[in-house]
Ligand binder design. Structure first.
Ligand code: NAD
Ligand code: UDP
Length: 318
């Protein structure tokens, strides 16, 4: 009989992390979920707490920790611009010190470690769509830098730990992912628009709404993450993971209004500094390495996400 694997998921109480914990439990793993609950919520993992295979540790990854595990998924870091800009120094510390602490753990245990990196490493890209070979166009001193440069430095650390100490690394660059368990006050575009549409409030478009993003439903991302961890040690990434369907923010707003059946109006507000104009992943590498491509359309994904937020709203109102 093969021994059950114990997997550490940092940021496991967050949006993506909670779906990953759930999936790893389904795969027959023991899961240690580590989170400081800055942007995560116990509600995301409450249904897992009774499982004997699931453990929760409240901890901040900027502080070293010693655990015995077989693999690490490092997701701990606020992902919404509103939240990562709230305490930018802590965001940079989480990305850099957190990465070092998790890499040191992986080094001691000689285990694989996956880094949840981001399309933000491409900044406001001059190359479209973005392949992994593109080095990006990032402002190193702007309000997004704590996140963008923090994640870039984390990638550097991952590759140096791999070259210097030989630890197996897996770096994925996640493009805008959405789905149930995003926080209603998360500040990201999909959750903001759905919450506004459900409340019949104005939909806040930043800028003229012609900027584009490519939206991946969370179950598609989780499938790719699991596949990535199973690749041989020579596969380090970075690998783009996302859905290449590209939409303007205005198109997204209109789709959400239709899905909700809302009478909300569009209002236009100032575009935040350094907001990328266009973003779309080139996922050729992920297709080749992981035999993976997204399967959930924006229409179906939005419907599931709207259903989630509608239920949340109804429960909160009694
Ligand atoms: P999220 O904010 O819901 O989850 C992040 C989790 O990390 C939260 O539970 C938070 O409490 C926890 N956390 C933050 N700082 C921590 C610290 N110092 N120590 C311990 N826990 C800490 O965001 P998400 O969308 O689930 O993102 C998960 C990961 O994926 C992040 O690393 C993010 O940068 C990356 N990512 C997400 C997207 C996306 O579109 N959702 C895109 C690119 C990259
Ligand atoms: N955005 C918007 N209204 C909102 C929230 C976001 O128009 O209420 C825009 C934002 O300016 C950006 C896009 O939607 O152009 C995606 O924003 P998000 O914060 O979700 O992610 P990121 O900018 O990190 O891709």
């Amino acid at each position: 009989m093969t021994k059950r694997k114990t997997i550490l998921v940092t940021g496991g109480g967050g949006f993506i992390g909670s779906h990953l914990c759930e999936r790893l439990l389904q795969e027959g793993c023991d899961v240690i979920c580590l989170d400081n609950f800055f942007t995560g919520s116990k509600n995301n993992i409450r249904h897992l707490l009774n499982s004997p295979a699931f453990e929760l540790i409240r901890h901040d990854i900027t502080v070293p920790i010693s655990l015995e595990v077989d693999a690490i998924y490092n997701l701990a870091c606020p992902a919404s611009p509103v939240h990562y800009q709230h305490d930018p120094v802590q965001t940079a510390r989480t990305n850099v010190l957190g990465a070092i602490n998790m890499l040191e753990l992986a080094r001691r245990l000689k285990i694989p470690i996956l880094q949840a990196s981001t399309s933000e490493v491409y900044g406001d890209p001059n190359v479209h769509p973005q392949p992994e070979s593109y080095w990006g166009n990032v402002n190193p001193i702007g309000i997004r830098s704590c996140y963008d440069e923090g994640k870039r430095c984390a990638e550097t650390l991952f590759f140096d730990y791999n070259r210097q100490y030989g630890i197996p690394i897996k770096v994925i660059r996640i493009f805008n992912t959405y789905g149930p368990r995003m926080l209603p006050n998360d500040g990201r575009v999909v959750s903001n628009f759905i919450v506004q549409a459900l409340a019949g409030k104005d939909i806040t478009i930043y800028g003229d709404g012609r900027q584009t993003r490519s939206f991946c439903y969370v179950s598609d991302l989780i499938e790719a993450m699991i596949r990535m961890m199973k690749t041989p040690a020579r596969v380090t990434g970075p690998v783009n993971l996302g859905n290449p369907g590209e939409y303007t923010v205005r198109e997204l707003a209109e789709k959400i209004i239709r899905t909700v059946g809302s009478k909300s109006k569009l209002v236009f507000q100032p575009l935040p500094q350094d907001d990328p104009a266009r973003r779309k992943p080139d996922i050729s590498l992920a297709k080749e390495l992981l035999d993976w491509k997204p399967t959930v359309s924006l229409k179906d994904g939005l419907k599931k996400t709207v259903d989630y937020f509608r239920e949340l709203k109804e429960n909160n109102h009694g």
